[in-house]
Design a protein. Structure first.
Ligand SMILES: Nc1ncnc2c1ncn2[C@@H]1O[C@H](COP(=O)(O)OP(=O)(O)OP(=O)(O)O)[C@@H](O)[C@H]1O
Ligand SMILES: [Mg+2]
Length: 458
């Protein structure tokens, strides 16, 4: 190290991070290029631009999916909303599963109305809607029965049944469910949950004969599944997923959000989000087969509620893997990194699936985490020691981005006009008359890069 008093006097010299990156390749990061949306400032210098489709095309990412972590109120949803909004410039579309009903201002900005789901409401979505025609053609008959039901519908139904039961299906339950789906499909085209429940509670002699049993036994095999699924049909959750999809929904627009806020505090939120996501992905997959279809972001906010169930987690991971085939980038928003471990016992299949979701999401955006979360974050996200030190210090609006094998510290910058679509502090800022004053002091309260960050991009 040079002593500043005795060493040679070198005049100050300014360079761009791009040139500095060439001079000090191990200390500075040249960024991800300029193709994509501007997220904000790279705290080590320059702006930060990201687009999963462009990065995939450039070979920097091997999948377009993204997971966003962060403590309450750190700016996760604000980032996601503005990211989608900025992507609209490039003709990208977005579909959102919105458990808190907070994407309504974004929908309004886009000129669309959210699809509001509530028990006994006027909108129904059928989670058993089929996927694309090609997928159906490949659909195998189930268990050798002359089935119309394709594999996707069977997987969705099994996941929902297992989510409702809160455990994996037993082999005989799975068989009874598959046979009921076949019977419901044979009866009237696209099956619905009420038809499946009816078929479970009143199995046909042919269904029973196809698995060498009698009707009474088959009924007994599927009774628990039927009684749980019945909640979605006749019970407290009826009127949302228990019939054909309501005709006339505007699904061709650039932004579709499913508002589940009426059920946010329901213990069945995970099941409902699973139903909504199942419907959404089938519909999207059908649209994606149209030539020239725009690329789409599918956002599951508060995704911990979906991951909490093994059946749903398994199915979600499978659909995550299909993202490339359909030109979809999935975005999951979670609070803590350990949400992924909390979904099951150590070493369980559930934890394996949750970790698989992480592996299939090459862009990880980590907002501030509690100090107690650091070891989980370090292990699951392969953080360096410096990154692990930094994560608990990140203030609102600042996140550590792990994009493939590269790291960035990014301050998300809100545009003036974007504040209206991201504000979730209304309940915390009581007097509307004083809002402008509060907003003035509510500028992005983001930190500057701690000195230790010099090593971040190593
Ligand atoms: N980059 C930012 N600059 C300034 N304010 C921000 C920024 N990001 C978020 N905010 C403000 O912080 C508040 C909380 O943000 P947001 O709702 O995105 O948090 P969150 O992490 O999604 O919280 P939760 O876990 O409760 O869903 C919002 O009112 C938003 O306006
Ligand atoms: Mg949020």
């Amino acid at each position: 190290m040079l002593n500043p008093r005795t060493g040679p006097r070198v005049p100050a010299h300014q360079v761009t991070t791009r040139h500095l990156g060439a001079a000090y390749p191990l200390l500075t990061e040249a960024g991800l290029g300029h193709r994509g949306v501007l997220v904000g400032h790279d705290l080590l210098g320059g702006s930060f631009v990201h687009d999963p489709f462009e990065l995939y095309a450039a070979g920097i990412l091997s999948n377009p999916n993204m997971i966003v972590f962060g403590q309450i109120g750190r700016g996760k949803s604000a980032f996601v909303k503005t990211y989608l909004w900025r992507q609209a410039v490039f003709g990208r579309r977005a579909w959102v599963v919105d458990p808190k009903g907070e994407y309504c201002p974004l929908a309004a900005a886009w000129g669309t109305r959210p699809v509001a789901l509530r028990p006994g409401g006027s909108v129904r979505l059928n989670p058993l809607d089929p996927g694309p025609a090609a997928e159906e053609d490949q659909g195998d008959a189930i268990d050798g029965a002359p089935g119309m039901a394709n594999r996707r519908q069977a997987e969705v139904l099994a996941s929902l049944a297992s989510a409702c039961l809160g455990r994996q299906l037993l082999p005989r339950e799975r068989t009874a469910t598959d046979l009921a789906l076949c019977a419901a499909s044979a009866a009237r085209g696209v099956p619905t949950l009420p038809q499946v429940v009816d078929a479970l509670l009143d199995p046909s002699a042919e269904s029973a004969a196809s698995v060498r049993t009698d009707r009474a036994t088959l009924l007994e095999d599927g009774r628990d599944v039927a009684l749980e699924l019945r909640r979605l049909v006749h019970g407290d959750l009826r009127g949302m997923f228990d019939g054909p999809t309501t005709p006339g929904l505007d699904l061709g627009g650039p932004f579709v959000s499913l508002d589940l806020s009426a059920l946010y505090s329901s213990p069945a939120l995970g099941v409902l989000m699973a139903c909504a996501t199942a419907w959404l992905q089938a519909t999207l997959a059908r649209q994606a087969t149209v030539p020239g279809a725009a690329r789409v972001f599918v956002v599951v906010d508060e995704a911990w509620a979906v991951l909490a169930n093994l059946g749903v987690a398994r199915w979600l991971q499978a659909s995550w893997k299909l993202s490339r085939a359909y030109g979809v980038a999935n975005v999951a928003v979670l609070h803590r990194v350990s949400d992924l471990q909390a979904v099951g016992a150590a070493g369980s299949e559930q934890v394996g699936l949750a970790n698989g979701l992480l592996a299939d999401s090459e862009t990880r955006v980590v907002y501030g985490q509690a100090p107690g979360e650091v070891s989980a974050a370090r292990e699951l996200l392969s953080l360096s020691e410096t990154e692990a030190d930094v994560v608990p210090q990140l203030r609102r609006g600042v996140a550590l981005w792990k994009v493939g094998r590269r790291s960035f510290l990014v301050r998300h910058v809100l545009g003036r006009d974007e504040r209206a679509i991201v504000d979730t502090d209304a309940a915390m800022t009581a007097q509307p008359a004083r809002r402008s004053h509060l907003d003035a002091s509510h500028q992005p309260d983001v930190g500057t890069a701690p000195a230790s960050l010099q090593l971040l991009s190593v």
